[in-house]
Design a protein around this ligand. Structure first.
Ligand SMILES: [Zn+2]
Length: 314
């Protein structure tokens, strides 16, 4: 009985207290941002870069409302009720410019990597609070990759989903379970209505298919019911390549045992050549004697004729 009362008091404390935020990186752009008229989505992002630089950039440019670091600290960047520029070229359910009707949360980490449990639990509490404030259902907590789209380009003749993989992991059932989200989007409303085409099949599979590549890593994480406290050990880290040295020349790549495994073209995009490793730090791309590691490759870099390099298995 005492235990029951303790749990009850603890849950009351949780509902009464807002998630504590740190304002050290509050954006100087706040005064010039107008108040958002409506809020129907929560958009989760991954910074794809370490905390310090990310916080500085996000703050300078006013690019999100909150940023959650690995230790679970929640930084407030743009005031929750103002417009933050986090979604870029975006559309959801036929409505363009997702910034106009969403709250954006940047999570320090990478779209295809596990996150520390402390961080996931902080995201969970923040999301829960925002859902309550704006009456947002679980399925409207989405990822940047779900709402971003690309204009026609040399690779893709039509407007397409798949401009970004940002926040991809937050669409996975295993991760959503930890975040306390019971429902997810079952399909892409804009692809369904033919406003967009699928531009990244792997992404589409992760977002809406059965691909849950991180399920095993997260299966060992069990949350005790209710209190947002955990009784389990942190999720085991997915084995990741730790390649920090960037070779400067093709000659050096060869000397280090890398071999070219393909050349990028319209029909052979990086993920087709290197699979899930397309953006790994130990996958390299070369073009006009430049060497670009996979983990920094973005849309702007991808060019016809780029060579893809992986460590030779021999
Ligand atoms: Zn993003």
């Amino acid at each position: 009985m005492i235990r029951f009362i303790a749990i009850l008091l603890l849950s009351l404390a949780f509902t009464a207290n807002a998630v504590p935020v740190v304002t050290r990186y509050r954006s100087p752009k706040n005064p010039e941002r107008r108040v958002r008229e409506k809020t129907t989505l929560i958009v989760l992002h991954t910074t794809e870069a370490p905390a310090k630089g990310s916080l500085r950039h996000l703050s300078e440019r006013g690019e999100c409302h909150y940023c959650v670091t690995e230790d679970g600290t929640v930084y407030q960047i743009v005031d929750r009720y103002r417009v933050a520029f986090h979604a870029g070229t975006s559309m959801w359910n036929g409505k363009p410019d997702v910034d106009e009707f969403s709250v954006g949360i940047e999570c320090v980490g990478y779209h295809d990597k596990t996150m520390p449990l402390a961080q996931l639990l902080a995201i969970r509490e923040l999301v829960k609070e925002l859902q309550k404030i704006y009456s947002i259902p679980d399925k409207c907590v989405v990822t940047h990759s779900q709402v971003a789209y690309g204009e026609p380009n040399r690779w893709q003749k039509k407007k397409h989903r798949g401009r970004k993989r940002c926040g991809m992991l937050f669409a996975m059932p295993s991760v959503r379970r930890i975040l306390g989200l019971k429902e997810r989007q079952k399909s892409d409303p804009d692809v369904k209505a033919r406003r967009l085409v699928v531009g990244d099949k792997l992404l589409s599979n992760v977002l809406y298919g059965k691909t849950d590549t991180m399920r095993r890593a997260y299966d060992s994480v069990k949350l005790s019911s209710g209190q947002g406290k955990t009784v389990a050990t942190p999720p085991p880290k997915r084995p990741t390549a730790s390649f920090s040295y960037v070779p400067q020349t093709i000659r050096e790549l060869r000397a280090l045992g890398f071999e070219s495994i393909g050349s990028v073209s319209k029909d052979s995009l990086p993920y087709k050549i290197a699979g899930d490793d397309w953006n790994a730090p130990d996958t390299f791309y070369t073009i006009r004697s430049r060497v670009i590691p996979g983990n920094v490759l973005n849309d702007k870099h991808v060019e016809d004729g780029m060579n893809v390099w992986r460590k030779s298995k021999r």
